[in-house]
Write a protein that binds this ligand. Structure first.
Ligand SMILES: C[S@@+](CC[C@H](N)C(=O)[O-])C[C@H]1O[C@@H](n2cnc3c(N)ncnc32)[C@H](O)[C@@H]1O
Length: 243
């Protein structure tokens, strides 16, 4: 049940902890990166959206006008539908329950697709256990790059965040070129010295008196420790491709 939310500039994004794949943490690096590289884009999609932390943040920051969200997990889709309803974003944001792009309206076209996808190769058994982490034989990535041409406008871009413990930029370069797209490069967003933000570690929990700011001490400590570790040894890098 997605009864927690984080507030991004007035958009309350509902989630439950088991849907969080890092979009509230390192996923927030998309905001400065998109601002710097693209400025404001028209139509944006978050692929493998989970609760939509990244996509709804881009919308809240005024970096995109319309947002589509693609996700295979029904619980995450329900959470995003709740976010859309509670924030009255009907007509602005739309969710597709879909395995890669199989059930996405073919008429959609996007200027930018962002994603924090599963970062590790693993068997189907691992994928069944946690779809946030594993991409069996890189099937999801391959299908994404194979099909994204249908949805990107000419000159449109795809920006993924990846984890160097699970992959190398060379893997993506080859996959992107094989799919007939332009590989624009891989880069790290400078996080050294990044200070853990309190807003990243405080969740909202529904209680008898409505929503209150509340996270368990363990949760706050764990997330703060994670931020400290990222500052020293940051594993995430971006991969940019273009149609
Ligand atoms: C690392 S998590 C990221 C979740 C969220 N975007 C975030 O940043 O917290 C990867 C997401 O991809 C979704 N996913 C996995 N396989 C997928 C597929 N075949 N099609 C669409 N989404 C998929 C997972 O359910 C999960 O929500």
């Amino acid at each position: 049940m997605a009864d927690r939310f984080v507030d991004y500039k007035g958009i309350k994004v509902y989630y439950s902890p088991e849907l969080d794949g890092g979009g509230m943490e390192f996923g927030q690096d998309f905001i400065p990166v998109v601002r710097k590289r693209f400025g404001k884009v028209g139509r944006c999609c978050e692929f493998g959206a989970g609760p939509g932390f990244i996509g709804f943040s881009l919308l809240a920051e005024g970096l995109c006008e319309k947002l589509d969200l693609v996700e295979i997990n029904e619980d995450a889709v329900r959470a995003m539908e709740k976010t859309i309803k509670k924030n009255r974003l009907e007509g602005v944001a739309e969710v597709f329950l879909s395995d890669t792009f199989k059930d996405v309206d073919r008429k959609r076209s996007w200027n930018l697709v962002v994603s924090n996808p599963p970062h590790f190769d693993g068997g189907e058994d691992k994928y069944t256990r946690d779809m946030r982490i594993y991409d069996p034989g890189w099937r999801i990535h391959r299908e994404f790059y194979r099909d994204i041409r249908m949805f990107l406008v000419k000159g449109g871009s795809s920006l993924f965040v990846e984890n160097r413990f699970g992959s190398s930029p060379k893997l993506w370069k080859n996959m992107i070129i094989d799919a007939g797209l332009k590989y624009e490069g891989s880069f790290r967003y400078k996080t050294v010295g990044r200070i853990p933000r309190f807003s990243d570690v405080v969740a909202y929990v529904k209680g008898e008196k409505g929503f209150t700011k509340k996270s368990s001490v363990g949760e706050v400590l764990a997330k703060t420790a994670l931020h400290a570790a990222y500052t020293i040894y940051y594993p995430y890098y971006f991969v940019l491709s273009k149609k």
